[in-house]
Unconditional design. Structure first.
Ligand SMILES: Nc1ncnc2c1ncn2[C@@H]1O[C@H](COP(=O)(O)OP(=O)(O)O)[C@@H](O)[C@H]1O
Ligand SMILES: [Mg+2]
Length: 372
């Protein structure tokens, strides 16, 4: 997978420009707040996933303007493809190879990328939302229908929660909850089984990569923790068993859920427990171990995309190099050979050892290619 051309026609602070990156390493350097991350975000949007910065569509419009447009030409699935995203005063137009898509998520599964950002430390430090989001974004690129399961589930969850609240005053609504539960189990089972399948691919890769980073001195393992199952899950389980456990858990939680007015059990509450040498990373891991684990998770995500699609994803490294010490940086760079990489940094001198194909300078949203 590689980007062959990016046409910017208004996106945040980026001035209109056309750039043609190389197949190898592309460095985008410049001072802070010039637009480097904005460019990475623009490329990322073509994966069909939400912004890794949690932005809304309206955030992409340049200040005081009501149009934002980007076009990406890329080589993927053995052919040249183009995709366009345009936001115009509350409307958007998404085209993939000139065919109109209903939403940005219609682009999923066509252009694949993995983004590394300093914020990703929250993946191991913060609450379970971050880890579920990691899984859901990664699975979404492999399985476009997965995002529809997530939206359907979230909608049902809101309906169940509102029925739970109203049922306190209208007991006749209790029967409705049976209907929501049945649907939640249906979508919840599809989501949980996709997550377990993904973790089954992720876990051995992470173990191998982490062992490489720690030079074999430590072992990274993980399990899926679900309130609807009686113990941490370390392997795939049959769908019928998932459905049965989820249905039972919802039934058992109902009395309490009616009091709380919310749903206390289900895939929206699940988590991944990451352990180093059998000790919880989140509770006891050192900063170094946490950074290594994030690197392992992200590189494993790249590996899974390659193993399943036969193509390396485009790698977007937003300002992460300065965060890593020499040995982790070397490990990462050694694993990027033969892939297209976009690296943002303040000082390109930092990468003088790297055989960079092209370097681009960013200043106040104006991007220009170095020619020397
Ligand atoms: N919608 C927008 N319209 C215009 N400028 C924006 C918009 N969103 C962000 N910016 C500007 O972009 C700059 C930040 O760009 P960013 O890519 O994060 O910088 P960096 O080069 O440090 O990665 C800031 O100056 C910010 O004000
Ligand atoms: Mg930045």
């Amino acid at each position: 997978m590689r980007v062959t051309k990016i046409s910017l026609n208004g996106f945040r602070n980026l001035e209109p420009a056309v750039i043609e990156p190389c197949d190898g390493v592309n460095i985008i350097y410049g001072n802070n707040a010039q637009g480097k991350t904005n460019l990475i975000e623009a490329i990322w949007l073509f994966t069909g996933s939400r912004s890794f910065r949690g932005a809304k569509d309206s955030d992409y419009l340049p200040f005081k303007k009501n149009f934002a447009g980007i076009e990406l030409c890329f080589f993927g699935q053995q052919r040249d493809q183009t995709a366009k995203i345009a936001f115009h005063a509350g409307n958007k137009k998404i085209l993939l190879n000139e065919i109109q898509q209903k939403s940005v998520s219609g682009l999923k599964g066509n252009f694949n990328a993995v983004v590394f950002s300093p914020d990703h430390l929250s993946l191991v430090k913060d609450g379970p939302d971050e880890r579920r989001n990691f899984l859901d974004t990664a699975i979404g690129q492999l399985m476009p229908q997965y995002s529809r399961y997530i939206s359907a589930y979230n909608k049902l969850l809101l309906q169940r929660n509102s029925t739970l609240k109203d049922a306190q005053y209208h007991s006749s609504l209790i029967d409705m909850i049976d209907i929501w539960d049945e649907q939640l189990v249906k979508y919840g089972t599809a989501i949980a089984s996709a997550r377990l399948r993904y973790i089954n691919l992720l876990s051995p890769l992470c173990e191998e990569i982490y062992s490489g980073i720690s030079k074999g001195s430590e072992k990274m393992t993980m399990s899926y923790c679900a309130g609807w199952f009686d113990k941490p899950i370390e392997e795939e389980i049959p769908r019928e068993k998932i459905a049965e456990s989820m249905a039972l858990a919802l039934k058992n939680a109902r009395k309490n859920d009616l009091v709380q007015g919310s749903t206390s059990v289900g895939i929206h509450r699940d988590d991944i427990n990451i352990m180093i040498d059998s000790v919880s990373l989140r509770a006891y891991g050192s900063q170094g171990q946490q950074r290594s684990c994030v690197l392992a998770l992200k590189l494993a995500e790249c590996g899974i995309l390659y193993n399943t699609t036969g193509e390396h994803p485009v790698i977007l490294l937003d300002d992460v190099m300065s965060e890593l010490d020499n040995s982790r940086r070397d490990y990462l760079l050694n694993h990027l050979k033969g892939r297209q990489v976009f690296i943002t940094c303040c000082d390109k001198g930092y990468f003088k050892d790297l055989q960079a194909g092209k370097t681009f300078y960013m200043e106040a949203g104006v991007i220009s290619e170095d020619t020397e």
